[in-house]
Design a protein around this ligand. Structure first.
Ligand code: SF4
Length: 143
């Protein structure tokens, strides 16, 4: 569908936040995991390192908003990993925008923390239930 001229923004305005990103002169390897690295621990460490860079980035909100809006599938954007964005899409994130229309990253981080804590508790309860019923996670044969 064609957009009216009032909807169009100059390309430079849409993308110029990227020029201010703290990752600008860094290797992309820290932000995007290489195809040959499927290790969960090394991936987690790399993501944590990338998130530390994002922490104080002046365009974090713009970056996170972009990634969530366009559905970036890979990499750390605005301090959120692929997995974080998947969870945020499930939980909803559009209600956490500031007055300028950028994602409020603090609110989204809290939302993620609560969701993960809830998932952890549910997992613990499940495991506890299995222990009490004498069924371990390895022995899930139907009775
Ligand atoms: S928030 Fe992170 S990924 Fe986005 S521009 Fe800043 S440093 Fe780069």
């Amino acid at each position: 569908m064609a957009r009216s001229t009032s909807q169009l923004q100059p390309i430079s305005e849409v993308w110029e936040w990227q020029l201010l990103g703290h990752c600008r002169d860094r290797s992309g390897i820290q932000f995007f995991h290489p195809d040959d690295d499927l290790g969960r621990i090394s991936r987690r460490m790399r993501e944590a390192g990338a998130k530390r860079v994002c922490d104080n980035c002046p365009v974090r909100r713009q970056c996170a908003t972009h990634a969530l809006t366009v559905g970036e599938e890979y990499g750390v954007w605005g301090g959120f990993s692929e997995n974080d964005r998947t969870i945020l899409r499930e939980l909803g994130w559009q209600d956490a925008l500031d007055r300028r229309g950028y994602a409020d990253v603090t609110t989204l981080e809290r939302r993620l923390m609560r969701a993960r804590a809830k998932a952890r508790k549910a997992k613990e309860r499940r495991e506890q239930g299995e222990r009490h019923s004498g069924r371990s996670g390895l022995d899930r044969r139907p009775t």
